[in-house]
Write a protein that binds this ligand. Structure first.
Ligand SMILES: [Zn+2]
Ligand SMILES: [Zn+2]
Length: 415
């Protein structure tokens, strides 16, 4: 379903978009190179030009796969008025990455990437829509196969308590009960978080370098000091992952000629009033000063000229999509994706393709090749349950499951 929605986007662009005021057709470069191929016989198979089925394609050595997980259309039930959960994840032939922000927990397992490979998170800034779902990745990965600590990279702030290390330290304090009760049954190792905090003011400084992947950071202008954007280089390819920002000189300079340049484009102020119920003053401030408006996004892209531009961070649905697209097209006519969750790009020297992830809504996490560390010996970590609660144990439940336990023990040769 989502796939159809997303590719309607491409189809609209392919058919032509007309300027609302002059009525003139706007000429654009093609959106991506996903289309093509043919069905050779009545019983033949169609080319996979729209769909990426997770876990079915080996990445080539010099290729990057980037999957949008949290582009702005908030999918967490019950919090539809919260700001969008934001960006994204890329995996390399050599290693896997989680770039910038944890996506909703439900999005990860269907991608068929073992949690042990999803152990690196690069935070752009500490607004809730960009790291609010960290708990589910942290605890979910701990239970579902991560073998070592979660690794987080993020910027300092103007003061200590505005930085990533402070945020993570206090995140862990918040989850004291969770961690202590888990530590009784699970190895504490995957429950740890290591933080590499780097200077938010540093321009194009290397923050990560492993397995042929280099990630650099540049400052961003957004709400307060601290936010950054990331530049990822691998196999001679450059992908820029813009965090929340007003268009800034650092992005213009260092994102120039990127293979794929991601930058936020916010809703138009008119849509913020109409659809989000904001006052005109608030809408103008948020839509043109704290974030990047569609024409400003277009100006950034027509200046840096990436091979492919990606806009995100707006509620991309029928009532907003065309307004954002028309705004962008006032100032940029190059290749463009307006991202939705589960959009996937394959990036190589030869081509950039855009498709949609097709996956089930419910999926188990897939196991990786490394065994999880051994849990502590029984009784070695004191129970968090007191005698008072223990005394509430209801005997008939033990009788009811006695047979189940007996069969299971026999099956697994347990004493
Ligand atoms: Zn923000
Ligand atoms: Zn945001």
């Amino acid at each position: 379903m989502l796939g159809l929605v997303a590719f309607a986007t491409v189809a609209i662009c392919g058919l032509g978009i007309y300027d609302g005021q002059s009525g003139k057709e706007l000429k654009f470069t093609k959106q991506a190179e996903a289309a093509g191929g043919m069905v050779k016989s009545p019983t033949g198979i169609a080319p996979d030009r729209y769909a990426y089925y997770p876990g079915t394609e080996e990445l080539k050595k010099d290729e990057i796969r980037l999957i949008a997980c949290g582009t702005g259309l908030c999918r967490l039930p019950g919090v539809t008025r919260l700001p969008p959960v934001s960006w994204s994840k890329s995996e390399m032939a050599t290693s896997s990455f989680s770039i910038s922000a944890p996506a909703p927990w439900s999005m990860w397992p269907p991608l068929m990437i073992p949690y042990d490979f999803l152990d690196k998170i690069f935070l752009t800034h500490l607004h809730t829509d960009h790291w609010g779902d960290l708990a589910t990745i942290w605890a979910g990965g701990w239970t579902a196969g991560r073998t070592g600590p979660l690794r987080i990279w993020g910027p300092t702030g103007a003061t200590k308590e505005m930085g990533t290390a402070y945020a993570v330290e206090n995140f862990l304090k918040t989850y004291t009960w969770d961690a202590r009760t888990r530590n009784v049954f699970l190895s504490p190792k995957p429950g740890k978080i290591t933080v590499k905090e780097f200077d938010y003011k540093a321009e194009n400084a290397v923050v990560y370098q492993e397995n042929g992947v280099t990630i650099r950071s540049i400052p961003a202008i957004h709400a307060g000091d601290g936010p950054v954007s990331y530049i990822l280089e691998y196999a001679g390819l450059k992908v820029v992952i813009g965090g929340d920002t007003f268009p800034n000189k650092w992005y213009i300079k260092h994102a120039a000629n990127a293979d794929l340049a991601i930058h936020e484009t916010f809703l138009t102020p008119s849509d913020l009033v109409k659809l989000y119920g904001q006052s005109p003053g608030q809408a103008l401030g948020v839509g043109t000063q704290i974030h990047t408006s569609p024409p400003a996004f277009g100006k950034v892209m027509s200046t840096i000229k990436p091979r492919h531009a990606v806009g995100y961070h707006f509620f991309n649905e029928q009532s907003t999509h065309d307004d954002v697209l028309m705004g962008v097209r006032e100032t940029y006519s190059g290749p463009l994706s307006l991202a939705v969750d589960n959009m996937v790009w394959n990036i190589s020297k030869e081509k950039i393709t855009e498709r949609m992830v097709i996956s089930p809504d419910q999926a188990w996490a897939v196991a990786g090749p490394n065994k999880p560390p051994k849990p502590p010996a029984r009784g070695s970590v004191p129970s968090e349950i007191t005698d008072f609660i223990e005394a509430g144990h209801w005997g008939p439940a033990d009788e009811a499951q006695a047979d189940l336990i007996k069969k299971f023990k026999a099956e697994h040769k347990m004493k």
